[in-house]
Design a protein. Structure first.
Length: 152
């Protein structure tokens, strides 16, 4: 059973040093992610791992940057139980993470500090209930890139 999902990705840039060193950030959503997350919900369930985006980030700041990805839950518009999810990122083109790689609990942030450009594939993992409430589920992943004022 597929239940309609609106998985939105937003980003914002925050700069801690002069504007000439703003980080460069590009986010590419996975095609179809807005309505293709498997939620089962018909008496059976499984833990899912899904790629949701690719993030490319770099800076000219010699101190590097910090990339932050948020996680939360898939919220049911009808008031049914939410589905918590965890977020993780791997080097673009690498094998997808396995369940043990997702060490950031739902509601917390994935943080990566680097002085070199990174191209990352962003994944979420979640486990719907056996009998998931029908309806539309929404969530927002916030992506922030901030120039560092001290080294990583």
């Amino acid at each position: 059973m597929r239940i309609s999902i609106a998985f939105l990705t937003f980003f914002s840039l925050f700069v801690a040093i002069p504007a000439s060193a703003d980080p460069s950030l590009t986010i590419t959503d996975v095609a179809g992610i807005n309505n293709n997350l498997e939620l089962h919900g018909e008496g059976a369930t499984a833990t899912e791992i899904e790629k949701i985006a690719t993030v490319n980030v770099s800076t000219v700041n010699s101190l590097g940057y910090t990339l932050t990805l948020s996680s939360a839950s898939l919220d049911n518009a009808l008031g049914g139980p939410d589905i918590d999810y965890q977020i993780w990122a791997v080097t673009e083109g690498s094998s997808p993470p396995v369940i043990g790689d997702f060490t950031i609990t739902s509601g917390n942030q994935f943080v990566q500090c680097s002085a070199i450009p990174l191209d990352l594939d962003v994944y979420v993992t979640y486990r719907p209930a056996n009998l998931q409430t029908p309806g539309t589920y929404d969530s927002v992943v916030t992506v922030e890139a901030t120039d560092n004022s001290s080294p990583c």
